[in-house]
Design a binder for this molecule. Structure first.
Ligand code: ADP
Length: 382
């Protein structure tokens, strides 16, 4: 995303042609080239999409989460129930001793996961039960160079399974401003399944425990047509058929809170200028009780499409993102739904779903404006 440019002023935006500069050829360059009134340029008087680290580096996300959790606890919130969406985590080697203290409090069969702080696509990840494995990892880097920073995290060993397989969910969250905080969530997204059926017998098999497509692709019997991805509408249809509407609504409410609280934990520290916005890819894992856990927040979520379906989804997300950003100045500013995006936070305040007209008011319980999987309209492809 950092390679795409937008105009710096409304005046420019009102000019007939909006010029964009795109260093990469991927889905975003196709989206921009197909928007009416937009044209490519090689000039430099543009503002680039900013990238931040506060949410998107694993160690920063944890640091900010812990800080926010502590502040909540101080203000009297029962954080175990009300603010608990990242598994217990420590940054190594800095917090090694704190981790060892924590490790000793857990039963011996507890599984932990080690992830390089700046890693992606499952690279460098391993699972372990015995402290010896971390000590070995530390030693491996004793070649003179310092051990690379890792995050050690308690492993969600009871993931929600579909057809015996574990999956995680990718959501698209668009922050159009950090101060005040304004954020939108797209109704589409997808679930990524692991290559092999889940079991905790072996902790060494990445095809069982990791849901990254990059990992599954390396399996000898990987079949790209076999569909290790489900769309969100499909996943939510499945959840509703298995658990009913009210359980799924409760889960959606929990998920909305995860997004809100994660953004709130950083919005005051992210350096922003007036045109700064960010499209985040949120990676969520559900446990068997449908509790959502935040695994990671990606900036510049992969926009290189892996299939036609994937391209169409990403095309819609990006096209709708440009609609929300309203560089062409077409909107009134009070919209709550634009394309597949619904507003979740406006001017720092969580947004609730509207009451239906004629709805019996006494029974109405307000819920947050998150509508994952509800997307129906199809943006015509060029
Ligand atoms: P990367 O940036 O390398 O993709 P992630 O944090 O997204 O790293 O982890 C990769 C995969 O490992 C996830 O998609 C998920 O399947 C699994 N995973 C990561 N952390 C946990 C955890 N705490 N519990 C269970 N599974 C996890």
């Amino acid at each position: 995303m950092s390679a795409v440019a937008v105009p710096t002023s409304a005046k420019e935006a009102r000019k007939k042609r909006i010029l964009f500069k795109c260093a990469l050829t991927n889905t975003i360059s196709d989206v921009l080239a197909n928007r009416e009134g937009w044209a490519p340029t090689l000039n430099d008087d543009w503002n680039f999409f900013g990238n931040d680290f506060e949410l998107t580096r694993k160690d920063f996300l944890i640091k900010n989460y812990k800080k926010a959790r502590k502040a909540k606890e101080k203000s009297g919130v029962d954080v175990t129930n009300e603010f608990s969406f990242i598994p217990s985590s420590y940054v190594l080697p800095t917090e090694y001793h704190l981790f060892v203290e924590e490790f000793r409090k857990y039963p011996a069969e507890t599984i932990w996961i080690m992830k390089p702080v700046a890693g992606a696509q499952g690279k460098g990840i391993f699972l372990f039960r015995k402290l010896k494995h971390v000590q070995d990892w530390k030693k491996k880097d004793a070649s003179g160079s310092e051990a690379l920073p890792y995050v050690v995290q308690s492993y969600i060993a009871n993931p929600y399974l579909v057809g015996g397989k574990k999956f995680d969910v990718r959501l698209y969250v668009l922050v159009t401003s950090f101060r005040p905080l304004n954020a939108w969530v797209h109704r589409e997204g997808f679930a990524r399944f692991s290559h092999s059926r889940y079991s905790t017998d072996s902790v060494d098999d990445a095809f069982v425990h990791l849901t990254n497509v990059a990992v599954a692709k390396t399996a000898a019997d990987y079949d790209p047509e076999r569909g290790l991805k489900w769309s969100l509408p499909k996943l939510f249809r499945f959840f509703r058929s298995m658990h009913g509407h009210s359980k799924v609504s409760k889960m959606m409410e929990d998920l909305a809170k995860v997004i809100i609280e994660s953004l709130r934990s950083v919005h005051h520290i992210i350096i922003q200028d007036s045109h700064c916005f960010e499209l985040y890819g949120y990676d969520i894992l559900f446990d068997e009780n449908l509790k959502p856990w935040l695994l990671e927040v990606n900036a510049s979520p992969s926009l290189t499409a892996s299939s036609q379906e994937d391209f169409e989804l990403k095309y819609r997300v990006l096209n709708h993102m440009l609609d929300v950003l309203d560089i062409e100045k077409k909107l009134l500013g009070n919209e709550t739904e634009i394309g597949g995006f619904d507003i979740l936070i406006r001017n720092n305040k969580p947004v609730e779903k509207n009451r239906m007209p004629n709805h019996n008011n006494s029974n109405f319980i307000p819920t947050l404006n998150l509508r994952l999987g509800d997307y129906v309209e199809q943006t015509p492809m060029p």
